[in-house]
Design a binder for this molecule. Sequence first.
Ligand code: FE2
Ligand code: FE2
Length: 259
Amino acid sequence: METRVDEIAEGIYRISTFVAEIAPPAGFTFNQFLIAAEEPLLFHTGMRQLFPAVSAAVGRVVPLERLRWVAFGHIEADECGAMNEFLAVAPHAEAAHNTLGCLVSLNDLADRPPRPMDDGETLDLDGRRVRRQVRNINTPHVPHNWEARVLFEENTRTLFCGDLFTHLGNGPAVTDRDLVELALDSEQVFRQTSCLTAAVATPRSLADLKPQTRAVMHGSSYRGDGARALSALADGLEARFSPEAEFAARPSALAGPLP
Ligand SMILES: [Fe+2]
Ligand SMILES: [Fe+2]
């Protein structure tokens, strides 16, 4: 497995490991994002087994011990499995997550007390130079888990959207190709989205952020009209996965008259 590092927006690095064995033949990527600010922030840690590769990649951009914030979208192994490994090598680092996630899980799971964030609260990463801050936006149950959230970096208008727009394959680090259909096809494979009502409403509200870059956890990041893409994702989820659409698409064996 190769772990590569690419800058996808100014000072924002995508660390990507491709695993060919997952969802063959296309394969699947696990991506972490590093904001190389005065207070460096890592979004997603990768699983514990990936820690040697991911930490070495982080260390190519900033010294590991300088890492200040460990953040992620929700609590699953690929998002935060190596959280404590990073806290161990970065003595000033804190896990930062929304208040609910801290109360429900991180107060117990994290080896040091986490930093809770309210909905809409920002973290200042670079107070003295460029204004560089990330805003916490709660997205309960989107795409899954009640502590789910995204981060928005306001300087580059980068939306760290985690599992939203997940797609298979090992494409370029960042693309201007429309990812919506790929994401909808991946949803058909994985069925990762837990609450369709919220999954339709939340991308529509995130479109108000007008992101220029979307940092996608699985697959290529996207540079372009983020508002249009988020609205298209909401429309596509509604069209393909609403109860009516699922009923219409049910297997023919179930569609016939009952015996
Ligand atoms: Fe997830
Ligand atoms: Fe994920």
